[in-house]
Ligand binder design. Structure first.
Ligand code: SAH
Length: 248
């Protein structure tokens, strides 16, 4: 899929994603000619042939992110935020991630870090993720179609993120790949997984257990005098466990 070139937003917030400015763009409100589309600048406004006004947005990361293809369950953004905030991952960081799944976490990390290498055991998921990486125009995210339990090729890594069924099996390879001071973050939906990961990490003399957290986000509705938490919320996603490599 082509990267998104422009985003058009209607007054009610409905978005249209333009991937080609070489052809007319059709919506349920009529179409916009390719010449007008090519000229349109962020902040500008375009009218369809039926007179509907659409505002021009630049294709920012988060707008493009909403359009990725989803294969297995993706990590919610509230948990991505905690990974970033707890590890301090940033523009100089090298990150290893597994499993890739649709690449949601890898894309977020790629948007922040210097380099992300992500391991996925299933070829079909690795393909979906590769399409997502291409559609987002990300150059610093590499997908490897292999099991992270069999080893990590990268060295001197700042953060290893694990979102897979048996994270304890990746403790050895992750510890070897990490630089001193680097973090392993393990994201698991169930407590038996968290326990087994913590037992494996506790046995490894290079690692220090930092903490296990659960992030709960409650969205509220604001509608005249109806001001209250939404009745439908994200229920449970997963627990995040942080460990740190403190010595060789
Ligand atoms: N973090 C991803 C979702 C991962 S879902 C996202 O945010 O989009 C878990 C993935 O781990 C699945 O795609 C599964 O195929 C993969 N997986 C399972 N075992 C693995 C292994 N040993 N090595 C690499 N990937 C693995």
């Amino acid at each position: 899929m082509e990267p998104i070139k422009k985003i058009l937003v209607a007054e009610d917030g409905k978005k249209f994603y333009v991937r080609s400015i070489k052809e007319d763009f059709h919506t349920q409100f009529g179409f916009i000619g390719k010449e007008a589309l090519a000229r349109a600048k962020p902040g500008g406004m375009l009218k369809t042939n039926t007179g509907k006004e659409l505002f021009v947005f630049p294709p920012s990361f988060i707008d493009s992110y909403w359009k990725i293809k989803r294969a297995p369950q993706i990590i919610p953004r509230k948990d991505v935020a905690a990974i970033v905030a707890e590890t301090g991952v940033g523009k100089d960081s090298v990150v290893v991630d597994a499993g890739t799944g649709s690449g949601a976490l890898a894309l977020f990390l790629g948007n922040i870090a210097k380099k992300v290498v992500t391991y996925e055991i299933r070829e079909d998921f690795a393909k979906v993720a590769a399409e997502n990486v291409a559609a987002m125009g990300m150059k610093n995210v590499t997908i490897k179609n292999k099991s992270i339990y069999d080893g990590i090729d990268e060295k001197n890594v700042d953060v290893v993120c694990l979102d897979l069924p048996e994270p304890w099996k990746a403790v050895g390879p992750a510890t070897e790949a990490l630089k001193i001071g680097g973090f392993i973050v393990s994201y698991s939906p169930t407590i038996p997984q968290v326990s087994d990961f913590i037992s494996a990490a506790a046995k490894n003399k290079s690692l220090l257990l930092i903490k296990t957290i659960e992030i709960i986000e409650r969205e509220w509705e604001f509608n005249d005098r109806i001001v209250r938490p939404l009745s439908q919320q994200i229920g449970h996603s997963g627990f995040l466990t942080f460990v740190r490599k403190i010595r060789k």
